[in-house]
Design a protein around this ligand. Structure first.
Ligand code: ACO
Length: 319
């Protein structure tokens, strides 16, 4: 049975940068509060005419170019997003059309900040079972559109962006272990509680979060998951070379690194410049580190994401 391997990465960030200092002019906050509680210094915000599929397209073209793969070679497209262009069709179908290819399966995965690891796991399974050979996996979000910009507790945390990888079937590993989890009992601590009802939006389409509850849940769940993932691969913690975590909060990331005995120079951190871009955060961080040549061939990388649902997951792979 073949493995799946990442053969190309790409990302895109909207041009507009919103600094903490600018935010402090809009809501009662400060650069000092935001940096000390989260590690975030700035975030990118999409222009009004930029859709999730536009961000996804730019990241995808960069990933395809770095993989040396033409769009026509793709036999599956998966987009992880919680902020799709429209209710339907799926953003993956819109992306497929914008890439100028037609016919291959294309669908969205909705697992909020865990979306990218859910999508990557799905792609890996398609390749392992022989249903696909070349897959584009994208995380793309415009969270700025679902934020209440008067709520200082949430609007300072998020940003917009997209990241993508191309996965190919390979005799060499590749993805080693994937683990996905969800616990719907915790769905209320992080939610955008709106629905469409007879032509109207029912409820508030703004992100709502119990920050301390999310923090507590994330720290415990990510530590347990990291241990479980390495154990499933039969590898000791000391073998791990890199952690590429979801970029929500520096304190959560530091806690996972400490649990794994990894120094912070072995952890990819981009949230100071990107904020939390939900499903886009891991592939954005991955692309930045890969392009900078930080990962060496054969190194062992752990990707971990967690978010609304609650949903969380990990992917352990050899670079
Ligand atoms: N600026 C200044 N003060 C603020 C701000 C702000 N932006 N936001 C909240 N405060 C105030 C609160 O009003 C509160 O004031 P009070 O004591 O007078 O009532 C005080 O700061 C403390 O509020 P807490 O919510 O208890 O602050 P906490 O130390 O828990 O930090 C934070 C909040 C940063 C959100 C933290 O809980 C956290 O990081 N949680 C994880 C959330 C997260 O990462 N979410 C991302 C989505 S989920 C995911 O991706 C994993």
């Amino acid at each position: 049975m073949p493995y799946s391997r990442i053969v190309g990465t790409g990302s895109y960030l909207p041009a507009r940068i919103l600094s903490n200092a600018e935010l402090a002019q809009q809501v009662d906050t400060s650069d000092e509060w935001i940096v000390s509680r989260t590690g975030i210094r700035q975030r990118h915000i999409a222009a009004d005419d930029e859709l999730t599929s536009d961000l996804a397209l730019k990241a995808s073209l960069a990933a395809l170019a770095s993989a040396g793969v033409a769009p026509a070679e793709l036999d599956l497209i998966i987009v992880a997003t919680t902020t799709p262009d429209v209710v339907f069709p799926g953003t993956a179908c819109i992306l497929q059309d914008k890439l100028g290819v037609h016919g291959c399966p294309a669908f969205d995965v909705q697992a909020v900040c865990a979306g990218f690891v859910y999508a990557l796991t799905t792609a890996d399974q398609y390749i392992r079972t022989g249903m696909a050979k070349t897959v584009l996996v994208v995380g793309a979000e415009v969270f700025s559109r679902i934020l209440n910009w008067e709520d200082r507790a949430t609007c300072v945390l998020f940003g917009d962006g997209a990241g993508a990888v191309v996965l190919k079937a390979s005799e060499e590993p590749g993805v080693l272990v994937c683990k996905l989890k969800a616990d719907g009992r915790y769905r209320h601590i992080l939610t955008t509680p709106a629905s469409i009802m007879h032509g109207d939006v029912s409820g508030k389409p703004f992100l709502h979060m119990d920050g301390p509850a999310v923090f507590k849940f994330a720290v415990k769940a990510l530590a347990e998951l990291a241990t479980e993932t390495l154990a499933a691969a039969g590898l000791p913690q000391s073998e791990l070379d890199w952690l590429v975590p979801h970029q929500a909060n520096l304190r959560i990331i530091e806690s996972t690194a400490k649990h794994l005995g990894l120094s912070m120079d072995k952890v990819v951190v981009t949230l100071d410049r990107h904020g939390n871009t939900s499903a886009a955060s891991i592939p954005l961080a991955f692309d930045e580190a890969a392009k900078a040549g930080r990962f060496k061939p054969g190194e062992l990388l752990l990707l971990e994401g967690i978010g609304g649902g609650f949903a969380w997951g990990s992917v352990l792979l050899r670079w």
